[in-house]
Design a protein around this ligand. Structure first.
Ligand code: NAP
Length: 338
């Protein structure tokens, strides 16, 4: 990867489609002039960039719910930016916005599809996590599909990550037993000490995951919030209760696989236990986002909800921060501060 350091406006392009786990050479830095704005435009300076597992899918040339990134074109993701020049009446210099924007240090916008965010209500970075896409994913996936009831048991995989850590806490607010699965002892400790999970399982050191889940969930599993898929999920499925709900949010364990994965079939437990299994994308609930944001903000204000962030500094660090998601280097939301 070539990094250019002497320019006014940096951009990161998709250099090649990753095969397996992405590498730094899949990304390319370029320099552009800082653009001039015309009437009806604003100039945005990037403050925070969200790196997310789903971007891996957009780097492949496969059909999905969003278009693949084009080769040699600038990558985009959730960005928080400051308005530094404005020829658009509805935005003034100093406003902060969040939106799906390009991996550039500066860019212009017509103000469409941007959300104005208020730094006095929450730190800007929170709008990428607990008050942003991942918080809303946790809230709507759990409450709309999982619909957990007080006293039920919820298992969350990817539990120490951006989505998982919020799912577990909402489960506790509802009054459930919550068990998290994560990739290190440090993360399991964080689940219990910071996020209030009842128990945690380190999938990297546990030999018999099915037994470990059975032990951690003496009354079985009523709701499984799945962020990872694969073998971890097979073990949770084996412990699911009658009328259980499986929320298929993500499958990060397979995002870098180069061939289709197989495993135990799900029909048997779905039929025998009358289990509901449903995938979703957070955008399905776009009309309800204001309601979700209001609830998450309220819980934050009341101290019922907390969050973790792994903040990496520097625009040049974006590709590595993204790759580190697949190494489990983050606690909570992985964010790059520019
Ligand atoms: N459906 C939707 O609308 C939606 C929206 C947002 C996110 N998602 C999905 O939700 C999941 C979590 O996203 P996030 O943004 O909150 O990411 P995240 O959990 O903050 O970060 C990814 C985490 O995945 C774990 N991981 C990486 N490789 C793994 C593997 N092979 N097996 C098991 N775990 C692995 C790592 O934690 P460990 O150290 O514990 O392994 C890593 O920290 C992802 O699958 C994502 O695609 C879906």
């Amino acid at each position: 990867m070539k990094t250019i350091t002497t320019m006014e406006n940096k951009a990161i392009l998709l250099n090649s489609r990753p095969v397996g786990k992405p590498t730094l050479s899949d990304f390319k830095f370029s320099t552009e002039a800082v653009p001039e704005i015309t009437e009806g435009e604003i100039l945005l300076k990037t403050k925070f960039v969200s790196v997310d597992p789903y971007l891996r899918g957009r780097m492949s040339d496969a059909e999905s719910y969003v278009q693949p990134f084009e080769l040699q074109k600038v990558i985009s993701s959730g960005v928080i930016a400051e308005v530094v020049a404005s020829k658009l009446a509805s935005y003034k210099v100093g406003d902060f916005v969040s939106g799906l924007l390009e991996w550039k240090t500066y860019q212009t916008s017509k103000g469409e599809h941007l959300l104005k965010i208020d730094e006095t209500l929450a730190p800007l970075s929170a709008y990428m996590g607990v008050l942003g896409m991942t918080g809303l994913t946790a809230y709507f996936g759990l409450t709309e599909i999982g619909a957990p009831k007080k006293g039920e048991t919820i298992v969350v995989s990817g539990a120490a990550g951006a989505v998982g850590s919020i799912v577990g806490q909402i489960g506790k607010i509802i009054g459930c037993r919550v068990v998290g699965i994560a990739g290190s002892d440090e993360k399991v400790e964080l689940l219990k000490s910071k996020f209030g999970f009842d128990a945690g399982i380190n999938y990297n050191t546990t030999k018999d995951m099915t037994q470990a889940i059975a032990t951690a969930c003496p009354d079985g599993v009523d709701v499984y919030f799945d962020n990872v898929g694969g073998k971890i999920s097979d073990s949770v499925h084996a412990n699911i209760n009658r009328f259980g709900r499986v929320i298929v949010c993500g499958a990060i364990s397979s995002y870098n696989e180069t061939s289709a994965q197989t495993g135990p079939r799900v029909e048997h437990f779905l039929i025998k236990k009358s289990v509901l299994m449903q995938g979703f994308i957070v955008g399905n609930y776009a009309e309800k986002f204001p309601k979700g944001m209001a609830q998450l903000s309220q819980w934050l204000k009341e101290g019922k909800l907390t969050y973790a962030e792994t903040i990496v500094d520097g625009f040049d660090a974006i590709p590595q921060a993204f790759i580190h998601l697949f190494d489990g280097k983050n606690n909570g939301k992985m964010i790059v501060r520019v």
